[in-house]
Design a protein around this ligand. Structure first.
Ligand code: NAD
Ligand code: 0WE
Length: 255
């Protein structure tokens, strides 16, 4: 008997088989959860559809999280098809590439607004639409990174967006807590995914973790997914508003 038998969840943020969201989807499915997936654009649809189908998913829906109509339509479909929802996984982030290099002080107004809209406000918007479908025991989670609270060179406006995402996690947890709905965020160590491609300092960051982290290695998508399973299940029934680090212990070190 799986930990999530009879439960239903929706996953935002699968781009390909390396996505953290895909590792989470496989883990939740392996414990019996029925899943729905979303994608942005036709290119990603052709990647996500076969992955989702391989886990028996029938709900594979378009959703640009900056688009209120897309969001409304996703939750309308969930209401009609399922009527209820137990888990929401937010694994979505975006900033313009030019903002992820050089000085943070050069961040443009438009670049700042886009990064915070896609990467932080979207959690608020998705949570608002999910809440009516959720009941006591339901769980919402997102993905964050240490750059929210420490200066990581080049992470720049994404660090500000993750700070907003983490603060939003706490305010949402306070709002939804009385209904028994929990909201948490997983702070993952660096992992080579599509979102790491073309970041020139990424290999240096991976090497630094190997050298400095207590576990002397980087984390895997599967390790992040195990914490997602904990957050989706009753194992974490007393945990809300938390930022849980899955980073080989890197964040505890002072040098
Ligand atoms: P990924 O590229 O596989 O996933 C990012 C996802 O965001 C993609 O599926 C993309 O389609 C989606 N996305 C971007 N703009 C969107 C929009 N407007 N609407 C809907 N979806 C949109 O990379 P990943 O590393 O798996 O990233 C997933 C999450 O994990 C992100 O929140 C990221 O910040 C976070 N994270 C990543 C790392 C890492 O080192 N890879 C570390 C810590 C946290
Ligand atoms: O959150 C992230 C990645 C977020 C991200 C990545 C990209 C690359 C491609 C957001 N937007 C874009 N836009 C693109 O055009 N991480 C935690 C991974 C990451 O990204 C970094 C890092 C780390 C770690 C960027 C600079 C420095 C460190």
């Amino acid at each position: 008997m799986g930990l999530l038998e009879g439960k239903r969840g929706i996953i935002f943020g699968v781009a390909n088989e390396r996505s953290i969201a895909w590792a989470i989807a496989q883990k939740l499915h392996s414990e019996g959860m029925e899943l729905a997936f979303t994608y942005v654009g036709e290119t990603l649809e052709s990647r996500v559809r076969p992955l989702a189908k391989s886990l028996g998913a029938s709900l594979i829906l378009p959703c640009d999280v900056t688009n209120d109509e897309d969001i409304k339509s996703v939750f309308k479909t969930l209401e009609i098809e399922w009527g209820s929802l137990d888990t929401l996984v937010h694994s979505v982030a975006f900033a313009n590439k030019e903002e992820l290099k050089g000085a943070f002080v050069k961040t443009s107004r438009e670049g700042f607004a886009l990064a915070l809209d896609v990467s932080a406000y979207s959690l608020v918007a998705l949570t608002r639409e999910a809440e009516p479908l959720m009941s006591a025991g339901s769980s919402i989670m997102s993905m964050t990174y240490l750059g929210s609270s420490r200066v990581v060179p080049n992470y720049n406006v994404m660090g500000v967006a993750k700070a907003a995402l983490e603060a939003s996690t706490r305010y949402l947890a306070a709002d939804l807590g009385p209904k028994g709905i929990r909201v948490n965020s997983i702070s993952a160590g660096p992992i080579k995914t599509l979102a790491a491609m073309g970041i020139s300092s990424f290999n240096a960051i991976l090497n630094l973790v190997e050298k400095k982290a207590p576990l002397k290695r980087n984390v895997t998508q599967d390790e992040v997914a195990s914490t997602a399973l904990y957050l989706a299940s009753t194992l974490s029934s007393g945990v809300t508003g938390e930022i849980i680090y899955v980073d080989s212990g890197y964040n505890i070190m002072g040098s």
